[in-house]
Design a protein around this ligand. Structure first.
Ligand code: PMP
Length: 353
């Protein structure tokens, strides 16, 4: 605390990212990274860009990447915004579309960065409770408000809404921006991207961090009608925020083109998710139905915190959130089959012990 801090900084509760350990090696199932990593073709493109072009500035508009992404959704380049990870895009969207208005609505259990951005930008907000099964009731997201934010699939529950439910949220709220954060959509949910031409208040945000295995490159994108994309671009250009660098542009573009790698590795993750869900259920866990690359689980008799520590002692990291209602739950990222086996083995010992 310093007497020079503004009231906003004094009250800020920064987002706590998942642990990235440096001291020893862990089986890391705590931050939803992709076990198989990026496409080898994308790595080749990054290497080539390193050798050929770092002397030159990147294209500040990320035009080629935006056009490539847009085309695959049947949208033009003016419908696509590219940012340094979806976190940056969320920051710009909160700043640009939600500040200075009525209360922003989002579920009470969701990605905790939303609350942090509200505090940072002075956005008033109201959290809408999930139902007893941790589901979002689309009818609860509406009424007078300054905007809606919806993670689909939701995090950390992994539960997805279908497209009809997302559509109903859009229809209920035509006068505010509805942001659908689709960080995990490729692992089993329906994207709202196809609704973009129909709704001028829809912003869909996706990332290369999860299903494309490029969390370290920091690339995300948003899809929306041109007036929303221009709004984001105005903020980005007015901010000390950087265009995507040449390595990010080259890697993301090549990764997007390598659909074979994308399909194959996401299939492996989905198969492993089913296997893990079954394995954990047979050990007495309640496992929420996940459409993401993680499972949200709670044990009948063992406390989540004890399991968290027990796993850590055996070199396995998973995620726990100190939050009402989910204090006895753990979020487990899907890794390789070998990593999953190691986790199940340690869990079996912990729940038996
Ligand atoms: N949205 C959700 C729901 C997330 O879980 C994450 C990852 N922590 C992000 C957005 C941000 O991802 P990135 O900035 O790596 O694109």
């Amino acid at each position: 605390m310093s007497r020079f801090w503004s009231p906003i900084v004094s009250k800020l509760v920064p987002y706590t990212p998942g642990e990235q350990p440096k001291d020893r090696s862990f089986i890391k199932l705590n931050t939803n990274e992709h076990p198989y990593g990026p496409s080898p073709i994308a790595l080749g493109a990054i290497r080539a860009a390193t050798e050929d072009s770092l002397r030159l500035y990147p294209d500040p508009s990320a035009g080629a990447l935006r056009a490539t992404i847009g085309a695959s959704f049947g949208l033009g380049v003016d419908h696509v915004f590219a940012g340094n990870g979806s976190d940056e895009i969320l920051a710009h969207a909160f700043h640009g579309f939600f500040s200075g208005k009525d209360k922003l609505l989002f579920p009470d259990i969701t990605y905790s960065f939303y609350k942090t951005y509200c505090e940072l930008y002075g956005i008033s907000h109201r959290s809408v409770p999930l139902d007893d099964d941790f589901r979002i009731d689309p009818a609860s997201l509406g009424g007078p408000c300054g905007g809606i934010v919806l993670a689909n699939p939701n995090a950390p529950t992994g539960i997805a809404l279908d497209l009809a439910a997302v559509r109903s949220v859009l229809e209920q709220n035509p006068d505010v921006v509805v942001l659908v954060d689709e960080a995990y959509v490729d692992f089993g949910a329906e994207s709202a991207a196809r609704l973009v031409p129909e709704f001028d208040n829809l912003l869909v945000v996706q990332t290369f961090s999860k299903s494309r295995g490029l969390a370290g490159l920091r690339v995300g994108f948003a899809l929306g009608q041109p007036h929303l994309i221009e709004g984001l671009q105005r903020i980005k250009d007015s901010f000390n925020s950087y265009p995507l660098d040449r390595l990010a542009l080259a890697g993301a573009e090549a990764s997007w083109q390598d659909t074979a790698w994308f399909e194959e590795t996401r299939r492996l993750v989905i198969t492993e998710r089913h296997r893990m869900a079954e394995g954990l259920r047979s050990l007495g866990f309640n496992v929420l139905p996940s459409a993401a690359n993680f499972l949200f689980v709670s044990h009948e008799t063992r406390a989540a915190r004890d399991l968290l520590t027990g796993l850590r002692d055996e070199g396995i990291l998973v995620r726990h959130f100190n939050k009402d209602r989910i204090d006895n739950w753990l979020r487990i990222s899907i890794g390789t089959e070998e990593e999953g086996e190691a986790l199940l083995k340690v869990m079996a010992g912990l729940v038996a012990g």
